[in-house]
Design a protein around this ligand. Sequence first.
Ligand code: CAA
Length: 264
Amino acid sequence: MTGSPGAPADTGANTGLKLDVDGAVATVTLHRPERRNAMTPSMWRGLATIGDSLPPQVRAVVVRGDGPSFSAGIDLRLFSADGVPGEDLADPLSPGFADWLERLQAGFLWLHRPDIVSVAAVRGHALGAGFQLALACDLRVLADDALLCMKEPALGLVPDLAGTKPLVDIVGLPRALELCLTTRMVGAAEARELRLAEMVVPSADLDTAVASLVEALLTPDAATARATKKLLAGAPERTLEQQAAAERTAQAALQRERRAGGSA
Ligand code: CAA
């Protein structure tokens, strides 16, 4: 991973991913526009590799797609007899399946890490795995032409790329169930209502809007941002009293860290 603009991510394969690192901001671009950024297991492993080797100065990660679609989900040719050269799907009944899928899920899970804030910039379709990738990010900015769909059940699959928890956390169980079982498309305006988008902007303004948001998100220093994200992320699992206790602990830890660093 060099961090040079537009450099292919050093994932050991031609994965259809690009990584740009500019100071504290990393931009991960899905780069198969001719296939509407349809994704393969290599791409998901490539995402995991990016997460594993992210330069330590990175504090914000933008995930975007080249071309008119964020991502059309899994490369459907994987389900055909011809397949995709160099790509394989593990047999769900094989003993290695859970480990294989865990590594693919790692490509999504790292985007929730407390030391970074991740933003999905979604233009056009975000279908199936593409929707799950948008859900893997902390925040979503949608172009007004965005269309989201949890397509997996229509293919006889459960959504399994770590997207079901963020979906339920954001929209609640009844709506998550409705979206998954109907596999209907959700447009940008409805996504905003359902809190699946923090912001909806004209398509031409997407990159600028995301850049401004990221700049604003980077206002607090790194230690404060990390401690705040960790504190908020733990809130749903805690009672009010437990959360208040977590605030006390987090504040003391943050200020101790600051004094030890000599910046208070
Ligand atoms: N896999 C492979 N190729 C795809 C693809 C996909 N998911 N989506 C699009 N492409 C290809 C098309 O075959 C087409 O290739 P050719 O030029 O060689 O014909 C090219 O990308 C452009 O596609 P369209 O002409 O269809 O572009 P469009 O802008 O008119 O439509 C679209 C875009 C609505 C996304 C449409 O392509 C589409 O419906 N694609 C399939 C989406 C889908 O069902 N994905 C599976 C989601 S479920 C999932 O992701 C499950 C999981 O994780 C396991």
